[in-house]
Structure formats: C-alpha cells, structure tokens
Design a protein around this ligand. Sequence first.
Ligand SMILES: Cc1cc2nc3c(=O)[nH]c(=O)nc-3n(C[C@H](O)[C@H](O)[C@H](O)COP(=O)(O)O)c2cc1C
Length: 329
Amino acid sequence: MVKIGKIELPDFPLLLAPMEDVSDPPFRRLCKLHGADLMYSEFISSEGLIRDAIKSRQKLDIFDYERPVGIQIFGGDEEAMAMSAKIVETVQPDLVDINFGCPVKKVVCKGAGAGVLKDIDLMVRLTKAVVKSTHLPVTVKTRLGWDESSINIDEVAERLQDVGIHALTVHGRTRAQMYKGHSDWSHIARVKNNPRIKIPIFGNGDIDSPEKALEYKNKYGLDGIMIGRAAIGYPWIFDEIKHYFKTGEHLASPNITDRVEAARNHLIWSMEWKGERVGIVEMRRHYTNYFKGIPHFKEHRNKLVTLDEHNALLQVFDDIIQDYSGQLV
Ligand SMILES: Cc1cc2nc3c(=O)[nH]c(=O)nc-3n(C[C@H](O)[C@H](O)[C@H](O)COP(=O)(O)O)c2cc1C
C-alpha cells in the first residue's frame, strides 16, 4: 500500500496526470472507470481562483465517485497560493497539488510552474505557505530542473519534504526540454534511493504501454507512475497496465464498440457538465484519439467534428458500429 497522508492507494498506483483542457470531470470519469488510482484536476491559476474567475472556479468541480482526487494549483506569489489553497479546501478534494513543472512561457514568466526551478528558495516558500494554509495533504509535481546543467531535483525533493509535502511526482525532463527528447527516470530513481526521502515518489514521462510500465517499474523502483498523454483517447491504458503487471499477458484491445461507447459517454458527460454547446465543441479535439488507427474513418470523423446537434452526433456513433460490425477493429 502507498499512503499520501491518510489516503491509501494500492501498491504501485497508476496516477492520471493533470492536463489542462483534458483532465476535466468527464475525462476523469472515464479514466476512473478504467482503473486510474489517483487523479488530478487541470492546473488552476491561484490568481484566477482569488479573482473568482469562472474558468478557474469551474475547475474546482469534483465528484465523490472519482475519489481520491487532487486539485492542482499554480502561482508565484505566496499569499495568493495560500489563499487559493484555502479556496480549494472548501470543495474538499482529497489533496492539493502544486504545479512546479509547467514549462509554458505565460506561466513561467510569472515565476510560477517550472519557473521556480531556478529559485528553490521561492519554491520552498510557496510550498510552505500552502502547507501552512490547509489541512489537506499537499503534493508537488515538478521537473528535473531548469536545464541539463542545473538538474536540482535531489535538493528540491529534500527541501520540499522538509516543509511538509506528502508525495512528489517528477516528470523526467527539464524545463528546457519542454516535451522534446526523452524523459530520464534515472534522476527520479536517485531521489527515491536517497535514504533521507520518506515520502512516496512517483515517476512521470513517456509511459505509453504495459511493457514500458513494467520495465520502468522494475528498473527504477519508484512508488508508482503517472500517465498523461497515453490516456488521451485511450483510458484503457490503466486497466491494460494493471492486467499486464498481474498476469504478464495483454488484455484484449478495445474494439470499435468499446471505442464508440467511451467516446459517446465522454460526449454525454461533457454536455452534462459544460452545457450542450460547449460540451459538443470541446469534445471535437478527442475524436481522433478515440478512433486512432481505424481504417476508412475519415467520413465519420468529419461528421463528428462538424455536427453541432447532439442527436445527429449520437446517430454517427450508431452508424460507426453498424459500418464496422463484423470487422476486426
Ligand atoms: C495537453 C497537456 C496539458 C497538460 N497540463 C498540465 C497541467 O495542467 N498540470 C501539470 O502539472 N502538467 C500538465 N501537463 C504535463 C503532464 O501532466 C505530464 O507531466 C506530461 O505530459 C508528461 O507525461 P506523459 O508523457 O505521460 O504525457 C500537460 C500535458 C499535456 C500534454
């Protein structure tokens, strides 16, 4: 068992990564159904939360069926981070996570996200401010360091543990790498092997198959892994990895009916949560992923990303099942 504060997770848990514009409640519901052990919201601006920005507030929505669930915040100002952690506390997530990993310029420029990797003292002050302001367990997600020549995750882990975080997830890239190159988990393993480190350490970056998950589990000895991009349009990844760990065999891949069912549920839940119009439009970015590799799919895809009436969309799903029935897809 892995413990984060009082939260009890199974051995070697699989975490769904926080992903802006992706890991909203409808998507999390699918990942939960398919085996994610701990999930996070999209990142939420601490300044936005305090200003009561609608977009930030909406990201605070969490539901009991998805527990344990964490809400992730970012910001570069101690007071704003402390205040936003208090706001987060009012919706009673299981934990609050701080983003010190976002490489995007508009975030980094404000001294938030991965920006603080250049200033560990500030990172420690921000974390301390959040830990002091809430009763919730606080976790952190970050990268290896600012760039190749300044990898400082060893010091970061020790100092953040010392100010009271309950778990650390490390994406094995530097800020300078953005999403390029490979993530290097050997640095994360070194953190885990540091005898001073007692909190769970989760690895993140580039896990996209059961084989790779098992290889990294055995090779790096971490407490669990976090999966991001591989779950987009493919929430089955969690069940597939768990099954492979247990049996050494592959679960059957989702067939066309499974894919349609997932995409349809995703659409329906998006419409329920965001309203019909926004739900339909924001769902368009997901269809390519749900139907990746399906032959001759272009016509259906075109309809899915252009139709704006929900009954017409549901009809497309029925047509897809009809068209591919009897085929091995
Ligand atoms: C579309 C997208 C949005 C992301 N948004 C966030 C975010 O809000 N907070 C965060 O900590 N990381 C964010 N990330 C980074 C992921 O959580 C994760 O660290 C990264 O994708 C590497 O893991 P992966 O290789 O399994 O995708 C985002 C990544 C993607 C692709």
